[in-house]
Design a protein around this ligand. Structure first.
Ligand SMILES: Nc1ncnc2c1ncn2[C@@H]1O[C@H](COP(=O)(O)OP(=O)(O)OP(=O)(O)O)[C@@H](O)[C@H]1O
Ligand SMILES: [Mg+2]
Length: 263
């Protein structure tokens, strides 16, 4: 099934967002329209300051649009919901809780009883390869391990939508490659709607069914490109000609947007 025939999970129409910045009104998002399909993996790329995080925050319900609407399943997004899990760039773990306790947290909020909660959380801790560290505290973990915990925690509550803001941005290349594969495998097994922001065009093309290119000043969507590279994908996909062609195409378009900002 092509993405176009799929159901719409998130619908954004005429979205504008302004902030009162130091130098007066700052238009962070202008006239953004976007459909995100059910179980789609969509990546957002664009220069720094083009409004990627602002858009994600609005979808998460953490920020309100100035005008326009963002909907999930036809209902306006008015605040945070367990149906939308968020993974931030900074590992937002509770330092006083162990790995398993961090992953259990959302399940507790959902009212799941203690025993089930532990079982369920363990499943996701194992999924991200941290079984042996279930009782470790965040300070005992590397950056990549912490980010795995954040992903396990987001997955454990079984949200319909995962909103990820440069989740691998702070990691070294190898850990990043590993987590990309983990995420692809997980998405393959347990399909979810993934909205994934990244600076890295290689990463976007490896993960996404569609790549949204944003431009800055004001932040808006420039173009959306279908990535017709078959799944399953892994790091070796990067050697394929079709991948390379998309990667070059998108890189040149994104580079133009960077030049615009540098002007
Ligand atoms: N709370 C805020 N108050 C004032 N201005 C803000 C606020 N949040 C964001 N902005 C401004 O809105 C614009 C978009 O910011 P945003 O964080 O969405 O960009 P981004 O695309 O995520 O950038 P990056 O790639 O650097 O993370 C920027 O110019 C930023 O300064
Ligand atoms: Mg950002």
């Amino acid at each position: 099934m092509s993405a176009n025939e799929q159901q719409i999970k998130i619908r954004v129409r005429g979205l504008n967002k302004s902030f009162n910045g130091r130098n007066g009104e700052l238009v962070a998002l202008k006239d953004v329209d976007l459909d995100v399909y059910t179980n789609e993996f969509i990546c957002i790329v664009g220069p720094s300051g083009c409004g990627k995080t602002t858009l994600l925050n609005i979808l998460a319900g953490l920020e309100k649009p100035t005008s326009g609407v963002a909907e999930m399943d036809g209902s306006e997004i008015k605040g945070p919901s367990a149906e939308r899990g968020v993974v931030f760039q900074q590992y937002a773990l509770f330092p006083w809780k162990t790995v398993i306790q961090n992953v259990e947290f959302g399940l507790k909020l959902k009212g799941m009883d203690k025993e089930r909660r532990r079982q369920e959380a363990m499943k996701y801790v194992e999924m991200v390869g941290l079984k042996d560290f279930a009782d470790a505290y965040p300070k005992e973990l590397s950056g990549g391990m912490k980010q795995r915990v954040a992903i396990a925690r987001a997955y454990a509550v079984n949200p319909e939508v995962l909103l990820m803001d440069e989740p691998f941005g702070a990691l070294d290349a190898q850990t990043r490659a590993q987590l990309q594969e983990d995420l692809l495998k997980t998405w393959d097994k347990e399909k979810k709607t993934c909205f994934f922001i990244t600076h890295d065009v290689d990463e976007a093309v490896l993960l996404a069914q569609r790549v949204v290119i944003m431009g800055a000043r004001p932040g808006r969507i420039r173009e959306i490109i279908n990535i017709d590279v078959p799944y399953p994908r892994n790091q070796e996909t990067k050697l394929q000609e079709d991948y390379i062609a998309y990667r070059n195409l998108i890189w040149s378009k994104v580079y133009k947007e960077y030049l615009e900002v540098a002007k």
